[in-house]
Design a binder for this molecule. Structure first.
Ligand code: HEM
Length: 187
């Protein structure tokens, strides 16, 4: 048993709420991110494009804050132990895979925030301004590079999220370990 695993059988309500809120945000952010950049690249700078950018930045920054809360909760509360009979090779793969997802869920919004700080384009929904990321200079060439890495890692995150969902389906239907119940909204 790894030290972060506890005797509890399900994630705490706060951990479950954050998991589903962040998952829903990623489902929205990826298509919105692709749509707004496609519109921008096509020179369509109307109210819709601006609204997509504003909401993308606001929701994306919220994901960063939610991930900070999620990491604090994970460090304080740990994760539920895998059920008896859960194959150790699945458990060690899941630990590795979940850490990769966490890393991307932090890196992708950080790179987006750094990019809008360097551009600078910090205005979001309702004219609200995001704080500039400390130590990031205003530099358009830098913002271009940051956005390129942001976009690539966001697509990697989307791909890994799909693998994560497929893995949960396989755990239920194929291998008959419904570990997803530990994260289910009702526990
Ligand atoms: C988990 C959080 C996030 C996800 C999954 C995500 C996803 C994406 C995706 C898929 C794109 C399109 C990339 C492309 O077409 O090449 C994009 C672009 C963009 N994102 Fe995010 N994003 C997130 C967070 C953020 C945050 C926090 C900000 C800023 C505060 C941000 C600002 C931007 C901007 C400005 C672009 C357009 C870049 C450009 O014009 O080249 N994103 N994002």
């Amino acid at each position: 048993m790894e030290s972060e695993e506890t005797m509890s059988q399900a994630y705490s309500p706060a951990q479950r709420a954050l998991h589903w809120a962040i998952a829903a945000a990623v489902v929205v952010l990826v298509p919105v991110g692709l749509a707004m950049t496609a519109r921008g690249n096509a020179g369509v700078w109307d109210g819709v494009t601006n609204a997509l950018y504003s909401w993308h930045k606001a929701i994306g920054f919220t994901v960063l804050l939610a991930m900070a809360a999620r990491i604090v909760l994970r460090l304080r509360l740990g994760v539920p132990a895998y059920p008896q009979g859960f194959p150790p090779r699945f458990a060690s793969f899941a630990r590795w895979f979940h850490r990769l997802l966490y890393a991307l869920l932090v890196a992708v919004p950080l790179l987006g925030w750094a990019g809008v700080t360097a551009f600078p384009a910090l205005v979001t929904v309702g004219g609200m301004h995001l704080p500039p990321m400390p130590f990031v200079p205003v530099d358009q060439a830098l913002s271009k590079k940051l956005f390129a890495v942001h976009g690539t890692l966001a697509l990697a995150l989307a791909a890994l999220a799909l693998v994560h969902v497929a893995g949960q389906v396989a755990h239920v239907l194929l291998w008959r370990h419904p570990v997803v119940a530990r994260m289910w909204p009702r526990g």
